[in-house]
Design a protein around this ligand. Structure first.
Ligand code: FAD
Length: 405
């Protein structure tokens, strides 16, 4: 038997769950489908997967009513960020105090964010959370989209939203091609402890084999690392035992946090830049990694996905208020026009940064160091970069505006 919905969201990761919350309490009957059960962050230690969330993402979580649930789990504010190059003495430091903010971003475990969003969306009677269950097929048709689940249930919808990650089956079912550049780099993540406290500072060292970031966690001597390295180097690093890996990590990062006292289990993720050629079709929209993936060096991937959510929710709400068909391409194109250009800029800029900073061409190292030093001494430019990266300026949808204090 077919169940009828206004909107079916395929993929209930951070982006899909945030969209469901944004539609909670509204006029639509919504189904959110995901095949992974919801997991709370580790009670003992920290999860490997964390992300840096911008101030705009925090505002969105506040507006969705999910921020208290995130804080109750845990979040670490980032008060400053230090970036430097392996070859030379150039460096740049961003300080939240310089823009009169308490912090630049938050480091939060992905599981904590998803669990808090799911807790919130369960408070809305118009959202049906179907999880864990696999999607078997998606058919995008003129009058409706049809999602068939592996347990045999069939969901018909005026609109299907693909929030099912980089290898989106919704995007494929709609025949939407994507530009994809495999970076031949792998991101290694792990939790480490250090001799000196991190002082709520995120640190990133640009090595010629790729950037290495130490992100502060809620304990003063604990960081989450993201080490992006050329694939051959990353493969070799993944085969090392813990002691040998710790020695390599220490020599790659240096001693700004003193000795590394422990390194937890590692996980590796192949990195690629990608952009879907279209974000929308009749009865279909793509959000988050289903529409774009970026290099983790700037910590922007999930943040731009959350801005997709805020923009799409606004377009749908506005469409409903004007009694428009929410699956009509003309309406959905407004969402695509709003987000696609901005996202393409982020994908290309981070790609360029990775190229310039992970490169041992002889002239590049001195130029990089000069650029870092010049930018560091030029307060208006630094302020602009900080405000833009924190999501305090730009064409922000209303849901990403900070709520009144
Ligand atoms: C090493 C690394 C570090 C990163 N650090 C940062 C950072 O600091 N800041 C930042 O902003 N971004 C960061 N990112 C990027 C960020 O992780 C992604 O942009 C984000 O997770 C995308 O969220 P999403 O919900 O769009 O997709 P996903 O997280 O991929 O979620 C997709 C969901 O769809 C579900 N799904 C898929 N297929 C099906 C199916 N057939 N049936 C049912 N369910 C399905 C999956 O179970 C999953 O829950 C990082 C990425 C990497 C690899």
């Amino acid at each position: 038997m077919k169940s009828s919905y206004d909107i079916v969201i395929v993929g209930g990761g951070i982006v899909g769950s945030a969209l469901a919350c944004a539609l909670g309490g509204g006029p639509f009957k919504v189904a959110l489908v995901d095949h992974l059960p919801v997991t709370e962050p580790a009670a003992d230690g920290f999860d490997q997967r964390v992300s840096a969330f911008s101030l705009a993402s925090r505002a969105l979580f506040e507006n969705l009513g999910a921020w208290p649930g995130i804080l109750r789990r845990r979040a670490a504010p980032v008060e400053a960020m230090q970036v430097w190059d392996e070859n030379g003495s150039g460096s740049i430091r961003f300080d939240a105090a310089e823009m009169a903010e308490p912090c630049l971003a938050y480091i939060i475990e992905n599981n904590a964010v998803r669990a808090a969003l799911v807790e919130r969306l369960h408070q809305f009677t118009n959202i049906h959370h179907l999880c864990p269950v696999d999607v078997a097929a998606v058919a995008v048709e003129e009058q409706q989209s049809v999602v068939t689940l592996k347990d045999g249930r069939v969901l018909g919808a005026r609109l299907v939203v693909g929030a099912d990650g980089a290898e989106s089956s919704v995007r494929e079912a709609a025949g939407i091609a994507r530009y994809r550049h495999v970076l031949a780099q792998t991101g290694i993540v792990a939790t480490v402890t250090t001799e000196k406290p991190h002082q709520s500072t995120a640190r990133q060292r640009f090595l010629t084999t790729g950037p290495l970031a130490f992100l502060p966690l809620p304990e003063a001597g604990t960081c989450s690392i993201v080490w992006s390295a050329d694939t051959a180097r990353a493969d070799a690093l993944m085969t090392l035992d813990d002691t040998a890996f710790r020695t390599e990590l220490q020599s790659a990062f240096g001693d700004s946090l003193g000795a590394l006292t422990s390194v937890g289990p590692r996980a590796a993720f192949p990195l690629a830049l990608s952009l879907a050629q279209r974000y929308t079709a009749p009865r279909l929209a793509l959000v988050g990694d289903a529409a774009h993936t970026v290099h983790p060096l700037a910590g922007l991937g999930v943040n731009i996905g959350l801005l997709d959510v805020a923009a799409l929710a606004e377009v749908l709400r506005d469409g409903a208020a004007r009694q428009r068909d929410i699956g009509a391409h003309a309406l959905l194109r407004r969402y695509e026009r709003w987000r696609k250009g901005d996202n393409a800029l982020v994908v290309s800029t981070t790609g360029l940064f990775r190229y310039v900073f992970s490169n041992d061409l002889p002239l590049l190292a001195p130029l990089r160091n000069l650029a870092l030093d010049v930018a560091n001494g030029f307060a208006p430019l630094k302020n602009l970069v900080m405000r833009r990266a924190s999501g305090l300026i730009g064409d922000l949808p209303p849901l990403a505006h900070r709520p009144p204090a």
